[in-house]
Design a protein around this ligand. Structure first.
Ligand code: FE2
Length: 371
């Protein structure tokens, strides 16, 4: 625990949820097309030279409560371009919605968070927005966004856009969790920071024996704000005979970063069928998985035949069950991927699927020559 935390007690910042997730990418225009046509997002906003923003282009994409912003630089020496050079396409900002950006920023910095941007008021004809930011693992940041007095398109500098493509959403509703990969020995430090500075609680701790295949292992802690609106698992690699998927990520991304976003649906069968029909690739699951899962999980409301046909994984705990599936990485480097998840009571993360899942990931890793 930091000295500040010892002297001033546990903070109680009020985190209202994810505000938006901003990606820094090599070609935002083309990436936005993929997120719209393949993943069912709607283009709702844009910022760039045409709107008075001279150094970048940003596309705002919405689906359900999820907001993604894809940003690319126009100048090779821009920080966004250097970030892309180092990391490839990736998540820069897991922005958090707060009710008081000034107070939250002051509190989290006093309790040990690294300040990146002091609270700033951004204003236009649609109202005002207060934004501050802190730095976390690697080059990842959390903006702290107070937008209760803003009615415009995302932020000042953006204009609203009417989606010009025929729009077919796939039923993604909200961000369930966002997972960090950090270096060996770093998980506890970051877990402590979220607890000390942001007032998060540790919900789960998976040790290396829980998340292990014959070849490799990892450890994970799940941090969440007290109301459970923001869940942030943190992984680190553990010792194993071969290189873990976390190590592959760290090498490919050039350091720690966001490994996956889990997007929640209320109907995973229709969502995954729609995504597959649009060419989204998922990790393949061995047929033996379903023999085991039908016995382990028992009766579910969905058709087991549908789940097996679509490759959806199922896990049950005391509270109920959950359904989940993982995409292949969505850019050239084997870094960021997505999880689609539906919760039927369970608030877990699919611990019963870890082994089956990681063996599937390792088959893909071996095909890339990285195992
Ligand atoms: Fe996940």
């Amino acid at each position: 625990m930091s000295q500040a935390a010892q002297s001033s007690g546990a903070p109680q910042p009020s985190i209202d949820g994810f505000d938006a997730v901003e990606y820094w990418v090599g070609n935002a225009r083309q990436a936005a097309h993929y997120y719209r046509t393949a993943l069912g997002f709607r283009l709702t906003g844009y910022a760039g030279p045409e709107t008075g923003v001279s150094d970048r282009c940003s596309y705002v994409l919405d689906q359900g409560e999820i907001r993604l912003v894809l940003t690319g630089a126009l100048d090779p020496d821009h920080g966004i371009a250097r970030h892309h050079h180092a990391h490839g396409d990736g998540i820069r900002d897991l922005a958090l919605r707060v009710s008081d950006a000034d107070a939250t920023f002051a509190s989290v910095v006093a309790h040990g968070a690294t300040p990146l941007q002091e609270p700033a008021v951004l204003e236009d004809d649609h109202g005002k927005l207060v934004v501050a930011a802190i730095s976390v693992y690697g080059d990842t940041v959390h903006s702290l966004v107070q937008r209760d007095a803003y009615a415009g398109a995302h932020r000042p500098g953006y204009v609203a856009v009417d989606e010009p493509l025929p729009h077919r959403e796939v039923g993604l509703r909200r961000i369930d969790h966002a997972v960090a990969n950090v270096a060996a020995g770093e998980m506890d430090r970051w877990a402590a920071l979220y607890q000390d500075a942001l007032g998060f609680e540790q919900r789960y701790h998976f040790d290396a024996d829980t998340i292990r295949t014959d070849d490799s292992a990892l450890m994970s802690k799940v941090l969440a704000d007290r109301r459970g609106r923001v869940k942030l698992p943190i992984n680190e690699p553990a010792a194993g005979p071969k290189r873990s998927q976390i190590e592959e990520f760290l090498d490919a991304y050039g350091g720690p970063g966001v490994q996956h976003l889990a997007l929640e649906t209320d109907d995973i069968v229709s969502t995954v069928a729609a995504l597959r029909a649009r060419g989204v690739g998922f990790l393949s699951v061995p047929p033996e998985y379903y023999e085991d899962a039908r016995a382990r999980v028992g009766d579910v409301d969905e058709s087991w035949d549908d789940l097996e046909r679509l490759g959806v994984l199922v896990d049950r705990d005391d509270e109920g069950y959950l359904l989940q599936i993982f995409t292949e990485p969505v850019q050239d480097r084997p870094t960021l991927f997505y999880e689609v998840i539906q919760r039927r009571g369970s608030q877990g993360f699919g611990a019963g699927n870890f082994r089956a899942l990681f063996e599937a990931i390792e088959r893909a890793q071996a095909r890339r020559g990285n195992l």
